[in-house]
Design a protein around this ligand. Structure first.
Ligand code: 13P
Ligand code: SF4
Length: 304
């Protein structure tokens, strides 16, 4: 694939700064195409932890760059825009989690990586959509508290013998997808396999033939002999799905499956970030150290 002039400039600046560009599967297509590594939250964290690069340019949302900063305090982690938050991460604060923990002494806290560093610092272990069930099962306690995503907790509760208590947060993009929208799409494409993200509501997940993280979806489609797929997650992933599988057809069940924060960064922002060395994401040591423990415990759990 031929790069545009702006993409070439991104690559030149990355070379000059000895940087690596990590992009989430929901990023704009032109950013996905120019990235060194494209992945889900788990794969991006693991890549950040292992890269020898001096500068990590993180194209995703704030909590993802923060996770890289937690794992790599000696590297420069750049987020090309400051205004890329996550609706879900904002549904719980560290003070709220401390208050809930006080009501549940001895109950370990499993925190979805879609959370602030301060919330991670209050947690026993982190999880992502790709490893949540083995993470919960790795704990010895018969009860766990999951934050901040209600839907991920309900998905997990059906797949573990543990009692799952949860915080009532959600992703406003995935939570908005309705069973009626999915059924209408299934009626229009009766041969298509419906793959959903675990951030969708339980009644939507009930209609799915498979439930996967974003990278799990890419892998499933790559390996599938099926030809048509309904994709129950943010529509940015359709770019790479279509690029990797030109002979397969993909449908989004709703025009609302769009995360505005994931679409804010542009190629021009990346060039500016590398030139100006902004916006550097750092985490104060008193938060970083306990947050790192929770992230490292997660990374040590073997996957299914
Ligand atoms: P993944 O870890 O599956 O890529 O999900 C991240 C996310 O933000 C989902 O909304
Ligand atoms: Fe956060 Fe939802 Fe956007 Fe993912 S899609 S970054 S959970 S608001």
């Amino acid at each position: 694939m031929e790069f545009s002039e702006q993409q070439k400039e991104v690559r030149r600046w990355l070379e000059r700064r000895r940087g690596i560009l990590l992009a989430h599967n929901y990023q704009p297509g032109e950013i996905q195409d120019v990235a060194d590594f494209l992945g889900d939250s788990l794969a991006l964290s693991m890549t950040a932890a292992q890269t020898p690069a001096e500068v990590i340019v993180f194209c995703g949302v704030h909590f993802m760059a923060e996770t890289a900063a937690i794992l790599c305090p000696d590297k420069t982690v750049l987020l090309p825009r400051e205004d890329v938050g996550c609706y879900m991460a904002a549904t719980i604060t560290a003070a709220q989690l401390r208050a809930r923990k006080a009501e549940l002494p001895g109950v370990p806290v499993v925190t979805y990586v879609n959370s602030t560093a301060a919330v991670k610092a209050e947690s026993d272990i982190c999880c992502t959509s790709a490893n949540v069930v083995p993470v919960v099962n790795s704990l010895t306690s018969p009860r766990v508290l999951m934050v901040p995503d209600r839907n991920l907790a309900l998905y997990t509760a059906r797949r573990t013998s543990k009692e799952v208590l949860y915080w009532d947060g959600c992703c406003n993009v995935h939570d908005r997808l309705t069973p009626a929208e999915v059924k209408a799409c299934q009626a229009a494409h009766p041969e298509a396999m419906f793959i959903a993200h675990p951030e969708c509501r339980p009644e939507v997940l009930d209609l799915a033939q498979a439930i996967r993280s974003t990278s799990g979806m890419l892998q499933l489609v790559r390996e599938s002999t099926g030809r048509e797929f309904i994709i129950g997650t943010e529509m940015g992933i359709l770019h790479t799905l279509r690029k990797e599988n030109p002979d397969k057809l993909f449908y989004s069940p709703s025009s609302h499956l769009l995360c505005p924060d994931m679409k804010r960064i542009s190629l021009a922002d990346i060039i500016e970030a590398l030139k100006e060395n902004h916006y550097q994401i750092t985490v104060p040591e008193e938060i970083r150290r306990p947050a790192l423990l929770a992230v490292e415990r997660m990374l040590a759990v073997p996957r299914d």
